[in-house]
Design a protein around this ligand. Sequence first.
Ligand SMILES: Cc1cc2nc3c(=O)[nH]c(=O)nc-3n(C[C@H](O)[C@H](O)[C@H](O)COP(=O)(O)O)c2cc1C
Length: 209
Amino acid sequence: MTELLALDPDELLSTTRAVRKRLDLDRPVPLEVVREALAVALQAPSGSNSQTWQWIVLDDPGLKSRVAEYYARAFNSYRDAGSQQPATPAQQRMAESANYLSEVMARVPVLVIGAISLGEAGLPEGNQAGVWGSLLPAAWSLALALRARGLGTAWTTLHLRYESEEADVLGIPPDVRQGVLFPVAYTKGTDFKPGPRADLDSVLHVNGW
Ligand SMILES: Cc1cc2nc3c(=O)[nH]c(=O)nc-3n(C[C@H](O)[C@H](O)[C@H](O)COP(=O)(O)O)c2cc1C
């Protein structure tokens, strides 16, 4: 069992950040540590306890490169579309950091894709909270469990534009839909601070909107 960082629960929840530039690309990540974090993550809830999530873990350099190529292609068109021009210094820093990640994705020691088996019916029309709610809590638990072990990641979805191409590369069956791609590495240092968030009162509605 990997030694855990001394973080109290609130500290863990508030300092699990999107880590990109502080991913240590040179320190190998044993798959056993990823397994351990996944085993904790699988304690997350899912609808009817269906546990239809699937986890595709990549440490093969060739496969990581293929996935990273699609990610970079998607990231470049997102960036070039320019719909998200950074307005503030914080947004500028995030854009630079996201750009960096797209350039180094193939060098990140481990990539983890979180996906869900849907069966023949596929994704439902209308609200899909019941489907994604059976994958994404476990995905976030994985990010937390990794952080507790000194590893970091950034939640990424841009590559999903090429979901079916990546499924072909990885042999993912057609009824399995991808939800998130985590680049996983040890972090450079383990001290992280809470992130910038809007004030609670701007989003809180007690007893109705
Ligand atoms: C649904 C979702 C999709 C995201 N997609 C990407 C992505 O494709 N690439 C990326 O670099 N970051 C992505 N992020 C990371 C966000 O930019 C990050 O969580 C947010 O800026 C907050 O970061 P912080 O916790 O470090 O403050 C995504 C996050 C979420 C929750």
